[in-house]
Design a protein around this ligand. Sequence first.
Ligand SMILES: *Cc1c(COP(=O)(O)O)cnc(C)c1O
Length: 836
Amino acid sequence: MQISQSNTRLKGAMPMTTPSDSALRITEQFAQAYGRELAQAAQPTAAVALRAAATAARALLAERWAQTQAQDAVRDSVPGAAHPVRRVHYLSMEFLMGRALTNALAALGLEPELSRLLAAQGQQLGNVLEREPDAALGNGGLGRLAACFLDSFAELGLPSFGYGLRYQYGMFAQAIQDGRQVEAPDDWMRLGQPWEVARAELRYPVGFGGRVTVDEAGQRHWQPAEQLEAQAFDFIVPAHHSERVSTLRQWHATAAAPIDFKAFCAGDYAGAARHRVAADALNWVLYPDDSSEAGRELRLKQEAFLVSASLQDVIARHLREAGSLDGLATLGLANAIHLNDTHPALAPAELMRLLLDEHGLGWDEAWKITRQAVSYTNHTLMPEALETWSLSLFEALLPRHLEIIYEINARFLAEVKAKFPGDDALLARVSLIDEGRNGGERRVRMAALAIVASHRVNGVAALHSELMVQTIFADYAAIFPGRFHNVTNGVTPRRWLQQANPQLSTLLDARIGKGWRQDLALLRSLTPAASDAAFRQQFQAVKLANKQGLADLIRREIGVQVDPSSLFDVQIKRIHEYKRQLLNILHVVARYQAIIANPDAAWVPRTVIIAGKAASAYVMAKSIIQLAHDVARVVNSDPRIGDKLKLVYLPNYGVSLAEVIIPAADLSEQISTAGTEASGTGNMKFALNGALTIGTWDGANIEMAEAMGEENMFVFGLRTEAVAQIKALGYDPRLYMEQSAQLRRVIESIAGGEFSSGDAGRYRALTEMLLNRDNYLLMADFAAYVDKQLEVDALYAQPEAWAAKAVLNVAGMGDFSSDRTIAEYVDRVWSVASLG
Ligand SMILES: *Cc1c(COP(=O)(O)O)cnc(C)c1O
């Protein structure tokens, strides 16, 4: 693989700074920053120490950043390279980065040094690290994937940028009041943002609205009604085994003319600041749900803003490096532009506009460059989640882009017509414009634009990629055979094993060496350790210590005592019907009732732990959260139950909470309806930390089972084909209740108000949904799930056998590093060879 060879070379060209050098420098930087912070704060606190530590670490990373940019600027002249090394630009509306200091210290190798420096100021490193707010500029898996990818970009030495928006408020903070979710703004920058580097010189104009005019030469010109400026803020992402870095560049909007001076002088202050307020609105908030209707116009503006600023930046950098305007011809060869889902799918239209209107290229050349540059990852099969925009909104905000999309569409449809003559239904299905034939309004289909303009489209796990070309994108796959690929997701072992689970890391280091951090496939050599009793005992001791830590956190956060020796059964992820947290709760109720009915049986004590946020407008998901709290209250306070069963709901799920919970899990719940979870990455983090999975044959669960051996996973439930079949035959959820007295008792107790203090109305909508629609087949999978949970108990009752399987889970996870994922992207999606 061309690029990784070049990267090895890049890394080799830059020896690591010696530890004593950087220890000296961080001492110096920290002393200066601490002095400055203290002068402002007047008294030493953990927050002061945190800002000083972050500032010091950033100063060291900034040196690596400058070195990396200098190397990348001349990457085309790498001697012996058959192709130019392409720079990757990863466009994403979400980056769920979490905390940065632990990662930076690990990358710099300076944790011991900083710990010492802090101790001298009377501060404990652990306390200081805990102070850092999560950068939660993402909703869930898609945003966390982008964050893992940045880590791997740096680690692999890939010339790269992540591009996103600098939201003032990230994912909302979740609190629970009376068992209900309440949302509060996540003001993550209120204590300052010591990590970011404001790039005052990097500004680009971004327009909205207005109209398109044509000059005598026939050249079209867009005259936007509103002009904003995008300003860059950089966050440096370090490699852990070289001095390479990647960059997350986030855009902040300001008004091009911040105040209207005329209005100001006339005393109209609100009018004078109008532009400013409009610009600010763009920066405000990460949308808590990409399917919510609220603020659609603002959301489209955010997407257009991200795309335009990022592409102008790519072009400016390329022209600088290419040295001349003719250099544009090689833009697509030298640069990959990747769309993380369709949120940045406007990119091909904007790139065409910039090349045609701003740089004077002809259509054919501009289109060739665009297709070379652009590629797209699909993240969901649910047709209702495919992004579309009403034509009227689009035309009002982006009139020139709409013209370009029409032209792309006309040429595309002509191609399809030539290839499949006479198939008008096909033309209507694949058109970039939904004509709204059934009385709906006309809309732009963003996925269609992304597919037509990309040279590669990929799904995120084998099953998902297969279903993608069989279902939602079947027509496009027929038109563009060879365009569709699979690249299975992965997670970074630096954050999700090394940093989240230091004790297990130490144990692994002693057994198989330290190389797994860079080459996760080395975990395979752990396999024999599964049959080594001494190792299993150490492995279990680490797990118990992590569980003790989580038990402490549970007590601190919600005041519930849990027994660390009980089976920790964990489901943490966005709350969504397809992820089936409700199925988990139904099982808890069933178990509760079974324990009461048979209190003297040898129950394996279990602590069920749930965490996750629901989109603020998602009523059913919020009802599921409330039910979890109602069931928890009843179960946890029932003296007949004691430690045999506990249910805890930890509020405000995010990266940092996941880093504590995952290493402490015995059982990982990955129970989505087969065919609905594109990949999942939570599933990977758990197995990597030695939890066993109870899961459906869905997403990456399948590849995990294949890698570790299906006998090491608790697989249950209907598979994709069976789900489709049941639905085709006319699914009747009530049938399952009639066949199972256990399921009937569970549903009736919820419907009858047994968990809601007699309030039978509270869960009517929920139980009615289960009995009448049950779109995600909870009722059909209930019996198999409960049976499988009994198998889980039986294995947990044999600690040696359980530990052996847990070790084999870790040993089987070598393929699921995001380093492997990124190497595959480079190979199949971003390489010059992939351009065909
Ligand atoms: C990994 C991760 C996710 C994705 O979890 P899934 O179980 O794959 O849905 C979501 N949120 C956070 C904070 C994560 O770390």
